[in-house]
Write a protein that binds this ligand. Structure first.
Ligand SMILES: [Zn+2]
Length: 475
């Protein structure tokens, strides 16, 4: 009997505003503990929260980006629980009436098809502080710099049916919030992370009991945690057990999930509207302003790349995976053949960046430098093979393609007379191979090409070399 997997994701993305959601403190990362704090985010008695307008603007941008129903009136609620890094004793969040209602995105599946994933809601909330254990003996420190940092929590419908779909969805959202420039979505710094709700059922039956895996901050961990959880639940049911509703944690070192707390121990948050904050009302002016600022989004850009540059859907998808990569590509494609540009950006450049552990924003070869190199392939100054050498030097040492080509004497030999002379010498030096070739050993052709390339240090124009060689061998 087959099992069907049902997954829904809750993504917590930190909005990249300069100041916190309810006070003017900086959201800067890495400052000395408690230096970015004030009476509001320290929860001093009598202090009152004031909503940051930029946070609302970014939430509207997100809502437009997922074609969502924006709620013209939404409410901030208090989510009550006790935790040392939550000085108020409650977190300000949105509960019954979130700012962003139903929306949707489309994810790409490995077979080339697309699937619609519904988004239930996206709501605003404040982050909590952080407990510090390192450097403390027998006690914990509390850093409240992060308390009050604005978060947007994005909740999907349980529309995902495999770990592959879940990863595709998370990647889509990651790209989207970065395109919209509402979040840096830096997963290492924890400002883009998700919880996965996973259950299994026999096809056609009601949803099974789900387990929630908390705080996954990499695509790979999400995939592995879900895979483990599916196996665990199926094994459990097939051996006569029952899945209990609980919160689980993923341990990357052991590649397993383990129970954190069951539903019985779950917090009762006793939500109620925050009396210190008025309902959030969205005006037409606010929405129009956001609409006017909306950039070209990944799906539209990919479609345009296919039409404008003649790329395959797959290649266009790779090149629009991030806004920075798409901008880089377009800058190169504006100067040289778009397909040549696509091959080099996706091949040599992304390969080298990946190997060096760098993002496109940190590329040591700028789009101008790469375009300068590709222009020399186009005008036959160098072969594609020599270009790879020049690229490596550009990547490691900088400079310009022209400068490297001149300094290293890499200019392609396109002088027919010079190539003929080299071939004549090679034929004279290898009489046995020549005789064998003429006796029918065709594959010796490659041997002669190799010899000629060696003699010219790879600088002979390959097409020209082949022509001349063929003519001489058959003479
Ligand atoms: Zn503050």
């Amino acid at each position: 009997m087959q099992w069907e997997v049902v997954i829904g994701l809750e993504i917590h993305t930190q909005l990249n505003t300069n100041t916190k959601i309810f006070c003017g403190c900086s959201t800067g990362f890495g400052a000395a503990p408690n230096s970015h704090t004030c009476p509001v985010c320290l929860a001093m008695p009598g202090s009152l929260p004031v909503l940051n307008a930029e946070v609302v603007h970014k939430a509207i941008l997100f809502g437009l980006g997922i074609h969502a129903q924006l709620n013209r009136e939404s409410i901030f609620a208090r989510k009550n629980y006790f935790y040392p890094d939550l000085p108020k004793g409650y977190q300000i969040s949105q509960y019954e009436l979130p700012v962003v209602g139903n929306g949707e995105v489309f994810i790409d599946l490995p077979d080339g098809s697309q699937k619609r994933i519904g988004i239930t809601r996206a709501h605003l909330e404040e982050d909590a502080g952080k407990s510090l254990h390192e450097g403390f003996v027998g006690e914990s420190g509390i850093d409240l710099n992060r308390a009050g940092t604005p978060l947007l929590e994005i909740v999907s419908e349980p529309d995902l049916r495999s770990s592959t779909e879940a990863v595709a969805y998370l990647k889509k959202m990651h790209a989207l919030v970065r395109y919209l420039d509402i979040s840096d979505a830096n997963m290492q710094e924890g400002n883009f992370r998700c919880d996965a709700n996973v259950s299994v059922r026999r096809p056609g039956e009601p949803f099974g009991t789900r387990a929630e895996i908390k705080n996954l901050n990499s695509f790979r961990f999400l995939e592995k945690a879900i895979e483990f959880e599916i196996e665990r639940q199926i094994d459990l049911i097939e051996s006569g057990g029952k899945v209990v509703q609980e919160t689980r944690l993923y341990d990357a070192n052991k590649n397993e999930t383990r129970s954190m707390r069951s539903k019985e121990e779950a917090n009762d948050y006793r939500y109620f509207p925050d009396p210190d904050l008025l309902p959030l009302i969205l005006t037409d002016t606010q929405i129009d302003k956001a609409r006017a600022e909306l950039p070209e989004l990944p799906d539209a850009k990919r479609q345009r790349f296919v039409e404008q540059y003649g790329l395959s859907v797959y290649d266009a998808g790779v090149l629009t995976a991030s806004r920075a990569l798409a901008d880089y590509y377009e800058s190169v494609a504006a100067r040289v053949d778009p397909k040549l540009a696509a091959n080099w950006v996706m091949g040599d450049l992304l390969g080298a960046l990946n190997k060096a552990g760098l993002e496109i924003e940190q590329s040591p070869v700028s789009s101008e430098q790469l375009a300068g190199l590709l222009a020399r392939i186009e005008d036959d100054t160098i072969s594609g093979k020599i270009a790879k050498e020049v690229f490596e030097i550009l990547f490691a040492e900088g400079g310009t393609a022209d400068g490297i080509i001149d300094a290293k004497g890499l200019r392609q030999i396109t002088d027919t007379g010079a190539i003929e002379k080299i071939i004549d010498e090679i034929l004279a030096a290898n009489p046995k191979q020549l005789a064998d070739y003429r006796a029918g050993k065709d594959k010796l052709f490659g041997f002669f090409v190799g010899q000629a390339m060696k003699a010219t240090q790879g600088k002979a124009n390959p097409a020209q070399l082949n022509d001349i060689l063929k003519r001489k061998l058959e003479a």
